[in-house]
Design a protein around this ligand. Sequence first.
Ligand code: NAD
Length: 362
Amino acid sequence: MTTTLRAAILGTGAVAHLHAEALAELDGVTLVAAADPSEERVRDFNARHGVPAGYATLEELLASEDVDVVHVCTPPAGHAGQTRAAFDAGAHAIVEKPPALSLAEVDEMQQAADRAGRQFAVVFQQRTGTAAKHIRELLSSGELGRPLTAVCHTHWYRGSEYYDVPWRGTWESEGGGTTLSHGIHQIDLLAYLLGDWASVSGQLFRLDRDVETEDTSCGVVVFESGAVASVLTTVLAPRESSLIRIDTEHATIELEHLYGHNHASWKVTPARHIDAGQSAGWALPDIEVPSGHAALLGEVYAALLSGSDVPAVAAAPTRAIEIVAALYASAGRGAPVQRAELTDPKFRGGMRVPVTDLRPSR
Ligand SMILES: NC(=O)c1ccc[n+]([C@@H]2O[C@H](COP(=O)([O-])OP(=O)(O)OC[C@H]3O[C@@H](n4cnc5c(N)ncnc54)[C@H](O)[C@@H]3O)[C@@H](O)[C@H]2O)c1
């Protein structure tokens, strides 16, 4: 007998469309309902994606529908409570980045998933695609030697009007600034490639935008392998790009893209001492899957349908948020934060710290 999972989408704003479009291409899942307090938005969303039922709240949706999976596509301040409610109702949850506003919230979400025996998947879609998988395997197998230095830059552009949306730009509702909301994608991918981190130092700046949080940050992440990464995030870059560069003993890996990557976005340059025969084995696979929501949801639903745990591309919800939390904490105290220190509740409750304001007085 074939199983079809019944999915619902909570929050029918911008990112929800990527979820609906990806679900439409997948076997074994049907999108049965959506919920959003904006009646107009949920109506338009349902009409566009052929979703049969619309609700104003998650509570109404869960009371009326038998749902296997809830996609949490709401502003981040709601993620923790909504995800816990989905688990408590017996559904799996697929939660947009950032999964929550603090490490304590992510802990509670994971505990609720474990209690309910349900799966907790996060959407950091930069991890996905055949290129990232291949490069990760080359790094973890030792084929490229020890990773030494890395660059992780998010040069994005968000004009002042971007912050007109009420939930953006405040500690209360966004939880942090561009580091938590944008840089976290590349930071997550870097950590997916390089593994556990050891320490983070960082600084936060407000250079131009009229926000409570930061519009730019700089950090240094030291990984347990000994690799050292420079991490810069900004929403003030007229030419936008997302960059990762990793120099290992035997190769330089470069990725340049914007919001998603394919094989052409990656370049691996062997060191002079590597012979052509060895580096030929590093070539990306012939079959190409670009990064994106479709790739991530495809893997997550394959796991859910087979009763397996969340696959690596959607697991480990705390990894990126730990690095981001440590960057904020370091900026707050003016000194590096070691990974072991993050067990201290004072680092797990939220990101809010003073930001250095370098805007000309206006
Ligand atoms: N993975 C990505 O590439 C990506 C891209 C954009 C946004 N995001 C993330 O997705 C989330 C949503 O971002 P967005 O850009 O779609 O925001 P958005 O403002 O466009 O949409 C959010 C929607 O959630 C609705 N909403 C608010 N509270 C709700 C509630 N309690 N119940 C149900 N619906 C509610 C709003 O009415 C709105 O329609 C954020 O966490 C954001 O960081 C991820």
